[in-house]
Design a protein around this ligand. Sequence first.
Ligand SMILES: [Zn+2]
Length: 444
Amino acid sequence: MAGWMRQIVQAAICVMFVWFGMFDLGGWAVYKGEAAREAEAVPASMHSASVSYYEAQPLLTEPVSYESGKELEREKPVVKAAALPNDRAEALSQESNQKVVYLTFDDGPSKNTEHVLSLLKKEGIKATFFVLGEHVLEQPKIAKRIAREGHSIGNHTFNHKYERLYGSFTEFADQVMKTDEAIYRTTGVRTTLFRAPGGTHSNFDQGYFDAMAAAGYQVHDWNVDSGDSKRRGVPASEIIATVKGSKLADKLIVLLHDSAGHEESVKALPAIIKYYKSKGYSFAPLTDKVEPIQFTVAKKLKWSREKVTESQRAKLAHFSEALGRSSRQAQAEQKEPVLILHRGEERLELQPAEYGVSKGAIEVSLLKLTEWIGGTAETDLDNGVIEAYMNGNRLLWLTGLADRPSNQPAGQIVVPVRETLKKFGIGITSFVYNDEQREIWITE
Ligand SMILES: [Zn+2]
């Protein structure tokens, strides 16, 4: 835009501010004052300038599904726009619904885990898998699939051998560490969820509990035992009957098994899910925010062993902290992907610095976006105004630049992509937004 024209437009904008002075422009008070002073010099003919405008800040529309909770999940499921409303509704209902079931599957992964995962996917349910380190090493693909499909993974020790685990804390802690390491190296997930083989009652003493808590683990027992491992080959009908006969509470942590030989648990699962759904429960995976259900410490333990020492405690805590640190570091080093916009055959690639997510909306560089769709954009940093033109449509942003760092270059001004395109009559047909792939397809 020519310099003189720009000045006229700016002047017109200033007039608009005077006219609409009753509008609450919040942080714009200072600018409004300056605008009012400048407006005195504007010829009356400019008063008819028709300028549509909106403020950039509140323009956040439909949020994208942006999962940031799971650490280092390298293979994220693709999220299509069409799937979003349901996902959001589900997330909302989980928040507002008081009654939650946490299905937990112990001793895997095994071939049975795959059937469990498929059933959960069909039902749209997330659960928790307390895995054995040695099984993770044997079935890395299935372990990866658990993480990829959005379930929680917990540590269930390396080999489940009671005598060794509860004979000495040194052996117990070694297995916890070895399993954490196996889970992390295989799936990229750094878990702090733990379940004691056989449960904590009469196996854990207070020293075990304290050492695990000091190292940042959440130790989860259960309040519904499906009874699927009380002997070999418990039939599905009996498992279902046991679950249905168990006491209900707002929070249920259900013990099931998905290791080899537990085909009957897989068979029982659809009926168990149906039962809890009929009772108005929602389903969720355990996270480090869920308060664990723990058995009381038994007066008499099954085992005789030495008390947990300070150095044993410190070793586990040190390991856990170091693993957490390296996982956070790896996460930070993970490079953000480019964002690709598609319009027919044409594509626009935006580097990580040129886009971002704010309050659930994807924001992109205004200049790049406008030029790509065939329009022009200009920014006036001093006055905090951005103008964009396309097909004779003129859009004007009040950018709130006064609140932004004054050294922000004009080229880095970002606007919500969906709302901005909408103003130009362009829609978003679909998009993918996850840790590895970020693409948006727009109408031609
Ligand atoms: Zn177990």
